[in-house]
Design a protein around this ligand. Sequence first.
Ligand SMILES: NC(=O)c1ccc[n+]([C@@H]2O[C@H](COP(=O)([O-])OP(=O)(O)OC[C@H]3O[C@@H](n4cnc5c(N)ncnc54)[C@H](O)[C@@H]3O)[C@@H](O)[C@H]2O)c1
Length: 254
Amino acid sequence: MTGKLTVAGRKVLYTGAAGGLGTETTLAFLEAGATVVAVDNNPDKVAHLQEVCRQAGHERLVVRRYDLSDLAGLRAGLEATSAEVGGFDVVINNAAIYPSKPFEEFTIEEFQAVQRVNVDAGIVCVQVALPHMRQQSWGRIINIASVTLSGGWALLAPYVQSKAALVGLARAWAREFGPYGVTANAIAPGAFPTDAEKIHPDPEGYNRFILDRQAVKRRGHPRDIANALLFLAAEESGFITGQTLNVDGGWWMD
Ligand SMILES: NC(=O)c1ccc[n+]([C@@H]2O[C@H](COP(=O)([O-])OP(=O)(O)OC[C@H]3O[C@@H](n4cnc5c(N)ncnc54)[C@H](O)[C@@H]3O)[C@@H](O)[C@H]2O)c1
């Protein structure tokens, strides 16, 4: 590969864009010349994302505060936004909720609520984006999975289930959309020191636990995810589809 990855001019639909990994990645896509349609319903995080992008001088950020659990509202909103921006070229299904407790304490409704945000909303995003991608014979879909799918964690059953579904969907979409130039892949992040980690009762012990498991002896940075996403969204990755890329410092090797 030579030169810069080509994502300039692409319109990127990015769910959960105002989160710990999303903010840095949104900046990276804007820096690379893409337009980012950032879907996130957390007002404080969205305000922070807007401020960070404003300070960096980026104007191609489009914010939509849709609630991903309202699938009908999401579809209607995305249809309108798609018409406004001229279709989505790249879909990044990144938003997630991750309630944690023993399996037997989850109600079936709680399971379904996690699938709705983490998986079903992603299906809606792809259904809205697909006609444009098909028509131009080009598209990129990237589902964000997780190292937790490796089997190393308890107390996260609905979340891990949702990540398995996203990996499965990436494979199914890769097979079905490949003939018209649309690739679908997954990225499985390892453990990144975002806000969720700050509530850990023993931060130093947790840090050691992670570094012990990684081959690379530094903590991940959101930029590491941004770099992988830029690659899978770019022109240059067109021969890669149906894959899961572990971005975890060499933790899970399969
Ligand atoms: N941070 C890590 O270490 C790590 C590890 C493995 C996988 N991941 C995955 O990476 C992705 C991003 O993680 P993160 O650390 O940035 O998480 P995060 O919680 O910081 O970001 C998720 C974003 O999704 C948004 N969101 C949640 N529910 C929503 C809804 N109903 N409607 C609209 N927006 C909603 C939140 O507001 C938030 O900004 C997730 O899929 C997560 O599972 C993260």
